[in-house]
Design a protein around this ligand. Structure first.
Ligand code: IPD
Ligand code: CA
Length: 255
């Protein structure tokens, strides 16, 4: 395990303690406006802890709550201090701390921790993907029919329309699900619990860590046209690889 991975695992675990303690004990909650969802005092505290721990790396930061901190480094920690804040605030125990290390479009490290189940998913480029120390891999199912497709999306009218369209398309033959946490849902593709994940309009901090997990678990990540994902695109298609073309065939005109 590299020094950077050790550091970020520690940051996720320390933030996880605070998030677990804050679950059911939220002191402040507000709407961020402009369709950006809600934020609690615990999201802010979690981001602060993560940044304090990762600061020793000297890398830049992009955090959901505090935005960008440019430390004159092309390496950047992308932080979602709680992915699934609505679940967190409503007593649904499906949320995660999600942190990625990226260098431009290159995904280097991803760590996603569910502090309630204590499941820690992590991956480093070229070194495989793991859940609590055990190697994970995508499923070997090669058709969508009768299998799991996870769908998410942003809060704009356009993203809601796209979500409705893909739900209609995929629910005809597959089991479609929306759990309210993009980060964890992508992990469920990485560990073989689902075959595909799709979202439009989510932000880099929601999915960056998950994308490297899927790649390292043997899956495939592209935009909805089937092109290599670039960090400018919020159209995410992450699959076990085997069903990728079948998914893209049905969504390529929606992007
Ligand atoms: C949200 C979750 C949700 C997705 C939203 C995201 P947040 O992230 O990932 O699943 O549908 O678009 O904003 O706000 O809880 O970090
Ligand atoms: Ca968040």
């Amino acid at each position: 395990m590299s020094k950077d991975l050790e550091l970020v695992m520690n940051a996720a675990r320390e933030a996880g303690k605070i998030v677990k303690k804050g679950y059911g004990n939220i002191k402040e909650i507000s709407d961020k406006g402009e369709g950006k969802g809600i934020v609690t005092d615990v999201d802010k505290k979690s981001e602060e802890i993560i940044k304090n721990i990762l600061n020793s790396s000297g890398y830049s930061f992009l955090g959901e709550e505090e935005g960008r901190t440019d430390n004159n480094s092309e390496y950047c920690w992308v932080i979602d201090p709680i992915d699934g804040t609505t679940n967190f605030s409503r007593g649904i125990p499906l949320f995660a701390i999600s942190i990625a290390l990226i260098k431009n479009d290159e995904l280097l490290i991803g760590v996603i921790l569910n502090p309630i189940t204590d499941e820690c998913f992590y991956a480093e480029k070229g070194k495989g993907a793991f859940l609590n120390g055990k190697k994970i891999s995508v499923s070997d199912k090669n058709i969508l029919k009768g299998n799991e497709v996870l769908l998410e999306g942003g809060y704009s009218d356009r993203d809601k329309d796209i979500y409705a369209t893909v739900t209609k398309i995929f629910s005809k033959e597959s089991y479609t699900r929306r759990f309210g946490t993009t980060a964890l849902e992508i992990c469920y593709v990485a560990n073989g619990s689902a075959e595909a994940f799709l979202s439009s309009g989510d932000s880099l901090w929601d999915f960056a860590a998950g994308l490297i997990l899927v790649k390292e678990a043997g899956g495939k990540v592209t935009d909805w046209k089937g092109k290599d994902w670039s960090n400018k695109s919020s159209f995410i298609c992450a699959t076990n690889g085997l069903v990728h073309n079948e998914v893209i065939e049905q969504i390529k005109d929606l992007q």
